[in-house]
Design a protein around this ligand. Structure first.
Ligand code: NAI
Ligand code: 3PY
Length: 410
């Protein structure tokens, strides 16, 4: 039996009981919930990762919705407990939801939310940072300085890879992969090769490579090029820097393994800001050991929070603790979107039509639309119209928000 859990309570008399399994950044998310008659309970337990038993204790006998974290195992047991407590809504405070058994949630009629879009640029920036850190050996050099080993400039001291004119490979060119690709092409004048199961219209439509190429040419520079690869192996063979941005599912588990590492260039840089199990980390450690010029930048790990034996000792690995989305704006935005997902379902609001355009929910100076920003099982639940958010009628909006009609209808 789990021990009692410490909590912080906001708006104790609120009609709907909403739990957050962790304190989340900012206070806007709390206000949005309490303003809509929710009693908000935030778990303040010191333990970093709550167990299923801990969360069952938090849910208790009456709970309308839960905001949870990617470290938690949201499956049959928790969704059945939430259903028993009268709950109908769950949201991960994350865009990735590989920790959630969506089918189990759907079976119990529970909506599952995630937080797309708000972390795209922040995560891509960390991937770019890791690319540079690994290519230019920044962490190794920093450690060398701090150890008092620097005795003066040397021609061979910490020589790394130049990015300009090299090829960047992106595997999984969705929101984050595309943002990263643009940063590396536009910022470092790299050529691009990408692989995704689908054509990335997001990338191909917005990547101003042709115009940028012409601009570079007019200035006497080599124009950048881009292409979609037919196979992932093409990317692995051709690229000098490869960044992984797919979702984690059956098709991407151990996508990078011994065989695929072997076809990469000996001096390539591999970056992972997606999910740890996309790489077979045991194979990676061995590859790093025998190929000292091969470098990696890792934000995520196969058995988080642990690293596979040997990884910590590898000088050719830059490792950070899953901080890719850790900018203040992003983390506060994730909290807001997660809270609004839960609120929207509890209040019976429709689902926002385009989860890639969540800006209206994030504007601190305006009232968010009366909708759940992103519910991944909305259609399966069948409780929402096919076209998702209905055009807001004057009565509907005024009913909820009083005076902010113009903001929502424009
Ligand atoms: N390290 C961190 O802190 C963060 C990690 N993430 C991870 O990044 C993932 C991607 O996020 P978004 O770009 O927003 O998602 P997205 O859904 O926009 O992009 C994922 C892309 O992966 C592609 N894909 C799926 N299976 C594939 C396969 N077998 N081979 C190649 N491509 C495949 C999809 O077609 C899609 O284009 C999330 O699911 C999450 O796991 C996201 C944010 C922060
Ligand atoms: O949103 C996600 O998927 C994350 O990994 C959060 O950083």
């Amino acid at each position: 039996m789990a021990t009692p859990i410490s909590i912080e309570v906001w708006n104790p008399s609120g009609k709907y009981r909403v739990i957050s399994t962790k304190p989340m950044p900012g206070t806007r998310w709390i206000k949005l919930l309490t303003d809509q008659d929710c009693r908000v309970e935030i778990c303040t337990e010191k333990k970093t990762i709550l167990s299923v038993e801990d969360i069952i204790a938090l849910i208790g006998t009456k709970c309308d919705g839960v905001i949870g974290q990617l470290t938690e195992d949201w499956g049959e047991v928790l969704f059945s407990a939430l259903k028993k407590a009268g709950g109908t809504a769950f949201s991960n405070m994350a865009v990735g939801y590989n920790n959630v058994d969506v089918d189990a949630a759907t079976k119990y009629g529970i909506a599952v939310g995630n937080t797309p879009g708000v972390l795209t640029e922040t995560t891509a920036e960390l991937a770019a940072s890791l690319s540079l850190s690994a290519a230019r050996r920044i962490v190794e050099a920093d450690q060398f300085m701090r150890a008092g080993l620097y005795e003066g400039w040397l021609p061979n001291l910490f020589v790394g890879n130049l990015l300009k004119g090299q090829t960047v490979g992106v595997i999984g060119a969705g929101r984050i992969g595309s943002a990263y690709a643009r940063m590396m092409v536009e910022g470092f004048k790299m050529n691009l090769i990408y692989y995704d199961l689908y054509q990335s219209t997001r990338l191909e439509k917005y990547l101003p490579i042709i115009a940028y190429g012409q601009f570079l040419k007019a200035n006497g520079e080599q124009p950048v090029t881009w292409k979609r690869a037919a196979t992932m192996e093409d990317v692995l063979r051709e690229a000098d820097v490869i960044s992984l941005h797919p979702i984690l599912d059956k098709t991407t588990y151990h996508l990078i393994n011994k065989e695929r590492l072997a076809i990469m260039k000996k001096e390539a840089v591999l970056v992972n800001c997606s999910r740890g199990p996309v790489i077979n980390e045991v194979d990676l450690v061995e590859h790093l050991r025998v190929n000292p010029m091969f470098r990696v930048g890792l934000d995520v790990f196969e058995d988080e929070p642990y690293m596979k034996p040997g990884l910590a000792e590898m000088k050719n690995a830059v490792v950070v603790p899953h901080i890719a989305s850790a900018s203040k704006w992003t983390r506060e935005g994730m909290a807001t979107l997660a809270a609004l997902n839960v609120l929207g379902k509890i209040k019976g609001y429709p689902v926002w039509a385009n989860p890639n355009q969540v800006e209206p929910f994030l504007d601190e100076n305006s009232v968010p639309p009366p909708a759940s920003p992103s519910l991944v099982n909305a259609k399966k639940l069948g409780t929402f119209p096919d076209s998702l958010i209905r055009p807001p009628s004057a009565d509907f909006i005024c009913d909820i928000y009083g005076t902010n009609l113009a903001l929502i209808t424009n």
